[in-house]
Design a protein around this ligand. Sequence first.
Ligand code: AMP
Ligand code: MG
Length: 401
Amino acid sequence: MNKGLLSVDEALEVLLAGARTVAEIEQVSALEASGRVLARAQASTMDVPPMDNSAMDGYAVRLADVPSPETRLRVGQRIQAGAVGRPLEPGSAARIFTGAPIPQGADAIVMQEFCAADGDAVVVKKVPKPGEWIRRAGSDVRKGDIVLSAGKRLLPQDTGLAASIGIGTLPVYRRVRLGLFFTGDELVMPGDPLPPGRIYNSNRFTLNGMASAFGCEVRDYGIVPDSLDATRGVLRRAAGECDIIVTSGGVSVGDADFVKPAVEAEGSLLMWKIAMKPGRPLAFGRVREAAFIGLPGNPVSSFVTFLLFVRPFLLRTQGIAEVAPRAIEARADFEWPDPDARREFLRVKWNPGGGLDLYPTQDSAVLTSTAWADGLADNPPNHAIRKGDRVRFLPFVELYR
Ligand code: AMP
Ligand code: MG
């Protein structure tokens, strides 16, 4: 461990210990529940499918009536999806369609491809197997099964599954209100001309987009000048309106860095130098009821530290049970001969050969690397990488879950 530096895991542990799940639960239409976090497990009060039904268009038969191929049976009824047929008379077949209930007495479906209609009869060309093409009641979900567990961010298919057991509304945690502001006298908004010495406020876009991607209600307080009063003022306002305040820049200990004294004046703060690259300084504190996380201003650093620290903290606040990102092992198709003493998060891209390519410059000011990459290679301290080595890969698609 580097002297005076906190490891990523140590910082995460302290951070997560301070995260509280929002208390309020609201009941929302399952149609609007995608992306929300389920607050209570959902058990089924029914079997799915609710009745035995046909998996094919064809004919329902009694096995005993089809002892050999080319058996001719009278077609006594026609059962479409949504209808209920009569019990199947011995010696007869029922014309049946996908999803239609199996008539009482039938024990197999013969696909229409193996049948020839002949007036009011059918010639069954093949002897079916017992139960063939019958979907059994409860084969998908059984009454009493837990179909969705609490603490899960709902995907579209989860809401479909809820609907399949007749659930039209779901209990979800209320959206987390996440406040953002951006420190720096050098910042200018795109659309405005860029005076000498100034830069565009790219972090505003990256951080807004990430907060929205995680389903937050975003409060964006814009650019805050490098002054103690201005920083304290916006902190007070944000603390009254947000669950979490995330800021960019101003957390170094330069003369123009007012975030630290402002949070200390309005609340409490821990300042960390983290043994990681990119993104060293990170601030964590509270201002009244709101949690505060101050990210570095460097665009790559703020992006990476958001994914590594704000993300799990936010997920925990949202009520999500599993906050650790899923990583996979992947092959490095690059050399990294001069590793840093700090744990590195390298911008890498998945190539068509299934390996990882490295963005040529890993400078934390080069935002192009983040747009080019598919994820981060998590490289331990002082660990050189040779071509063909397995590395721990954190794909962005996993970090955005
Ligand atoms: P700071 O953490 O405030 O010392 O800023 C570190 C570096 O990031 C400086 O080069 C800043 O100009 C740059 N920076 C700070 N905030 C932003 C921002 N919102 N968008 C783009 N670059 C920024
Ligand atoms: Mg600054």
